[in-house]
Ligand binder design. Structure first.
Ligand SMILES: *[C@@H]1O[C@H](CO)[C@@H](O)[C@H](O)[C@H]1NC(C)=O
Ligand SMILES: *[C@@H]1O[C@H](CO)[C@@H](O)[C@H](O)[C@H]1NC(C)=O
Ligand SMILES: *[C@@H]1O[C@H](CO)[C@@H](O)[C@H](O)[C@H]1NC(C)=O
Ligand SMILES: *[C@@H]1O[C@H](CO)[C@@H](O)[C@H](O)[C@H]1NC(C)=O
Ligand SMILES: *[C@@H]1O[C@H](CO)[C@@H](O)[C@H](O)[C@H]1NC(C)=O
Length: 250
């Protein structure tokens, strides 16, 4: 008969545990909202290590984070993947002066927040943070239709393959090529990447956009939430086993 009472009591506690919403909420408390952090966003993306390295060495990353913190009109960033950097002819980056590296990275940054549908109506050439957008300098053209976005510099034609991040202030778009500006590469465009690039293709299919296995802590709430262990189920299992043990002993 004590068994009956005990079972009722345990069942009741179990129900309370499952239905208690506060214990579930504490686990999912979001972090404080701050300005987005380009370094963290790219690191989380998992396939932007070269861009990240260049952004840090040129200090454009700090520049971007400062601009985002003094929020005015927002920013749009085109982020070439590591595959895009790897398919540049060998020595392309090393041949650049420090100032040219700064300009190259700034060329990937537009001083406005642009959505994919904004791209359909922008007027070309776009002005980038590299400055002068006149022909021969740093012009960047974007054409878009049916959710497809092409970016042209006069040296390369790239496509936007993915939205990495977008929060109304900052947009980061994955591009399949490094955007080489006319000003630096116009007179001597790098030769098309030779055979090795094709050999690497197997590893670099667009389908390899698998979720990053980066373990950076998530400081923003603009990513898809990570799957978490279903907590009610865990509690049921835990309390269930407790009940069983109690049942057995009493
Ligand atoms: C941005 O994130 C990086 C890496 O997560 C971190 O080292 C840096 O301190 C952050 N910067 C700011 C301004 O929060
Ligand atoms: C943003 O700017 C404010 C001052 O305007 C400063 O106190 C704060 O530390 C900055 N935050 C970041 C993440 O840089
Ligand atoms: C983008 O470029 C591709 C060729 O690379 C072309 O077929 C497509 O029509 C272009 N789309 C836009 C919107 O310019
Ligand atoms: C960019 O667009 C402008 C205006 O339509 C055009 O004059 C220029 O030739 C274009 N440049 C490139 C590289 O497509
Ligand atoms: C880029 O696209 C334009 C127009 O589609 C084409 O004329 C040009 O040759 C292309 N440039 C490169 C480097 O592929």
């Amino acid at each position: 008969m004590t068994k009956g009472y005990l079972a009722t009591f345990l069942l009741f506690s179990l129900l309370l545990l499952i239905l208690n919403p506060t214990s579930a909420q504490t686990a999912a408390a979001p972090g404080p909202a701050g300005p987005p952090n380009i370094t963290a966003i790219l690191a989380k993306g998992g396939q932007y290590t070269t861009l990240l390295r260049l952004m840090k060495s040129t200090q454009v990353a700090d520049q971007i984070n400062n601009q985002l913190n003094n929020s005015n009109s927002g920013l749009t960033i085109f982020a070439p993947t590591d595959n895009a950097f790897n398919s540049l002819p060998a020595g392309t980056l090393n041949s650049l002066s420090d100032q040219e590296k700064v300009s190259l990275i700034q060329f990937h940054v537009i001083p406005n927040y642009l959505t994919v549908s904004n791209f359909e109506t922008v007027s070309n050439p776009l002005r980038t943070q590299a400055g002068n957008s006149e022909n021969g300098e740093y012009p960047l053209n974007v054409t878009a239709a049916n959710n497809q976005v092409n970016v042209s510099t006069g040296v390369v034609n790239a496509t936007v393959d993915n939205t990495v991040y977008s929060d109304g202030q900052l947009a980061v778009y994955q591009v399949n090529q490094v955007l080489l500006p006319l000003s630096i590469f116009g007179s001597h465009p790098p030769a098309p990447a030779p055979a090795p690039a094709a050999a690497k293709k197997d590893k670099s299919k667009p389908t390899s956009d698998a979720p990053a296995t980066s373990d950076d802590t998530d400081t923003t709430s603009n990513y898809a939430t990570r799957p978490t262990i279903d907590q009610p189920v865990m509690r049921v299992a835990f309390v269930g086993s407790l009940s069983l043990i109690a049942w057995w002993f009493f």
